[in-house]
Ligand binder design. Structure first.
Ligand code: PAP
Length: 348
């Protein structure tokens, strides 16, 4: 084991801002060895990313991914919102939460949790909020006592999910987005975090090159998408596969589809009373960006809530990517998604 690697790893972890030196010292020797044995690349908001269980992630997530895989017991009634980062996770979490809990909040006006909290606070992310930092769920969220149906989020690819999730009948709603906009959203988001941590900004060019090689959080993006796509084709009752662009085009249709998929379709009376429209409005980019709960404070301790709401548009990539970049990413998509039924309308 090279001592420079260990030094780099510790530096990486402290740069993550999630592990103090004393915590790092507690991390087992086996765990250190595991990390040092993994393929490593320059990171995004951390110094390095590691290829673990088929996806790229910072060292700080490795233990929580293991813990999630070993400790989580899925229930058939669970609902999981899955995505690759910057694909519409916040939006889908909001919609799923509002749909599932609509009986408890008949008035969407004053007391709805989505008017007070960010969707990420209401739909916890397995690998970050529930199994991060220690060997088991954090005490403030008792997973076994959550009201059913329990709602969770994950960015992990389907094959990397715990057996318990894969073998249960829980429902998974997956969202992806055209890689052009996803990349731009990701690059800008990462640089906002880096700036906050006083790290130098990543150039568009170097980030783009890495993205095209599949090196991005929870990527390669094509593997993340194709794993869920495959499952949605084989088990359409288990996985609902959505695209950000389709939601933008007809959010009413997809809101109904999500409700049907999770087994609580809207009644005619609800439709007549405007329940669907109210949910859509509550979760719209404009409303969510404006609410006080999303204007200040952080998620998971170190990411500003406002970072999750930028433009919410299709085609903003045209303001950033050169024609050679467009050509390159188009080729990557053609090559990697070839043979699948997955395609994106890439309008600018
Ligand atoms: P996450 O994976 O880190 O949770 P995620 O929510 O998937 O991020 O993606 C953020 C993107 O969704 C941002 O896109 P942009 O950078 O191109 O603007 C964000 O603006 C957009 N977004 C957030 N909330 C909504 C919403 N309610 N409706 C539409 N787009 C949204």
């Amino acid at each position: 084991m090279a001592s420079t690697d260990l030094t780099n790893m510790k530096e990486d972890q402290s740069r993550d801002g999630q592990e103090t030196t004393s915590k790092v010292n507690k991390v087992s020797h086996d765990y250190n060895n595991l990390i040092l044995s993994l393929p490593r690349e320059n990171g995004c908001e951390t110094q390095y990313m590691y290829f673990f269980h088929g996806f790229w992630c910072p060292s700080t997530l490795i233990q929580s991914v293991n813990s999630f895989q070993n400790n989580f017991h899925a229930k058939d009634s669970d609902i999981v919102v899955a995505s690759i980062p910057k694909s519409g996770t916040t939006w889908l979490k909001g919609l799923a939460y509002a749909i599932v809990n609509r009986q408890h909040f008949t008035s969407l006006e004053n007391n709805h949790p989505l008017l007070l909290f960010n969707p990420h606070e209401l739909v916890p992310q397995f690998e970050v909020n529930l199994y991060g930092d220690k060997d088991g769920p954090l005490p403030q969220i008792d997973v076994s006592n959550m009201t059913e149906p329990r709602l969770f989020g994950t960015h992990m690819p389907f094959p990397s999910l715990p057996k318990s999730v894969k073998e249960s009948n829980c429902k998974i709603i997956y969202i992806c987005r055209n890689p052009f906009d996803t990349f731009v959203s990701y690059w800008i988001f990462i640089n906002k975090i880096r700036l906050r941590k006083s790290l130098t900004e990543l150039t568009l060019e170097e980030s783009f090159e890495r993205y095209c090689k599949g090196i991005c959080l929870f990527g390669p993006f094509w593997d993340n998408m194709l794993g869920y796509l495959k499952e949605s084709i084989e088990r359409p009752d288990r996985v609902l596969f959505l695209k950000y662009e389709d939601l933008k085009e007809d959010v009413n249709f997809h809101t109904k589809r999500i409700a049907e998929f999770v087994g609580i379709p809207f009644t005619q009376e609800e439709e007549n009373n405007g329940v669907i429209e109210n949910i859509i409005k509550l979760c719209s980019f404009e409303s969510m960006k404006e609410i006080e709960g999303n204007q200040s404070g952080t998620i998971s301790g170190d990411i500003e809530k406002e970072f999750y709401f930028r433009k919410g548009e299709i085609g903003d990539w045209a303001n950033y990517l050169s024609s050679s970049m467009v050509e390159k990413l188009s080729k990557v998509m053609e090559e990697k998604l070839n043979g699948s039924s997955l395609s994106f309308k890439v309008c600018a």
